[in-house]
Design a protein around this ligand. Sequence first.
Ligand code: BF8
Ligand code: SF4
Length: 648
Amino acid sequence: MANEKKSIDATVNELLEKAREDSVRTAWDRAAAQQPQCGFGLLGLCCRHCSMGPCNINPFGGEPSKGICGATAETIAARHFLRMTAAGAAAHSDHGRGVAETFMAAANGEVEDYKIQDVTKLYKLAIEFKVPVEGREVNEIAKDLAQIVMNEWGKTHGYMVTPARAPLKRQNLWKKLGIWPRNVDREIVEAMHRTHIGVDQDYKSLIMHAFRVALADGWGGSMLATDLQDVLFGTPTPLATEANLGVLKEDHVNIIVHGHEPLLSEMIVAAAQDPEMQQLAENVGAKGINLGGICCTANEILMRHGIPLLGNFLQQELAIVTGVVELMIVDIQCIMQSLEDVVQCYHTKLITTSEKAHIPGAEHVQFEEAHALEIAKKIVKMAIENFPNRRPNMVLIPAEKTEMVAGFSHETVEYLLGGMFRASYRPLNDNIINGKVRGLAGVVGCNNATVTPHDHYHVSMVKELIANDVLVLMTGCGAMAAAKEGLMTPEAAHKYAGKGLAEVCETVGIPPVLHLGSCVDNSRILVAATAVVKEGGLGDDISDLPVAGAAPEWMSEKAISIGHYFVGSGVFTVFGGSFPTLGSKKLTKFLFEEIEEIIGGKWAFEPDPVKAAKLMIEHIDKKRKALGIDKARERVLYDMAARRELEV
Ligand code: BF8
Ligand code: SF4
């Protein structure tokens, strides 16, 4: 297939051409080699949970209709869905645990390179976890808080604390349904138990437990990861920077951080800015050190330091194909094993750093929080020393780079809307009520080499939403797609947004598409949605709000966990690409229709991004009608039409 079909991002097509010339195989080549993919697997009808299997179910209704143990299509697909949720929740939450452990070490004074930076957020958390704050030193409070917070991963009795941030009505529903999570580890362990042969064999019960697992992630593990990262590294505030591979610099030492944990990338930022390192770079003939990020760790250092975004998931191999990357440092999650093959063709060094994530052939430099900056400097030095090995005839830096604004934490949005001294979501609620803002959408998730052209689905969906006055909140690789397309500048409001949304964005000074951070920061979307509910006038639960969620190019199990906690929070959520339960009609009907009666949110699957956006808008309008604010919007539209007539 021609390269121009692979992505809407010109850097990708240009570098795929170069990859071919350099005899480098990429995810797109391997995706082609995998065709046709197993239909049973695609439909969720393959089970390998015991050694009597693998068992496949005939999706057309003939034989085999059951696994050897008697498991039905519903059971097999639901077990698979639950295991995906558990793996996704584990990935997010184990990241969160790492942050909590570092927070505890920082509070205990055991790690000198990490300090508490957002004391206000620390106090807020302390009060929430009932840690006394009056007249106490910051570190004393932090020590007690760390001790208590760690229990969220594995307390012996009781329930998780942070889901109580949800609107009261939602909390009561979770209690009534018995899905308020107990602790992260327990819910994930129980998911593995339930999905073992011969345990939970009722698809509805499996899906309800999947809610409990997903809520432990979104309202727990991920939420605490975000909060504690903000405490340690600062809560993001808006800043301007650039996105795409054009930010690589030919005359600089280029270092890429790739993965997820800011514990590592924050230290690399500090090390790269160290004057001693800058001097070393000059000594080898470079003008300086240029740092960029791939995947969610990029979003972390973008949000807090304005470090440019190099690219999203499917650009990780291509970044190396530019031939100007001295070193790529990775930690956990979404790191392709193929990177080790790609670096063989260039001078790039690939460094793994996490005890949990090794790649055969890559050099491993174990990251330790107690010596964080020292190790980061060692890695930066390795990059500098590798600069003279660059092969000038292998270099191609694409021209594309796009200006963007990022750094929209829940707190910042509140300040921007209401002002520093009366931070409030009131102006947003008022503009939703008067119809200038039709509703809100969270568009999140990955890239997927089987969903091409890359980035197209994110960008088309988001353009359709903002053109229809829906304010879009984004995270993860989707956010990067929108940033690269130029949708994250205040000017984008005028260019792409509907009149109502554009007016609001221009008044507040925000883009129509807000970057809220990495995938664990989807918790910021939950907090923002709750703040809108609590502000008043738009119902008393998230499920009453004119909001919708989507992941048009998802691939990671984390996306399933995110989608399921969106649905579990009362949000209509539509996925593209493929959907893992389609082989079971009953289960799919349960997730796409019946679940709404139970939980207030529901799933949908629509691979066409514009049609998916229309489904989201339809849902938003349904909620506006139920709230009795649909007329307000019609009036606004009439006014606009009338104005246009006057102008003619
Ligand atoms: O956690 S969006 S490809 S990088 S999984 Fe991975 Fe998907 Fe990107 Fe971030 Ni999220
Ligand atoms: Fe087959 Fe049942 Fe074993 Fe799954 S658990 S592999 S359906 S026998």
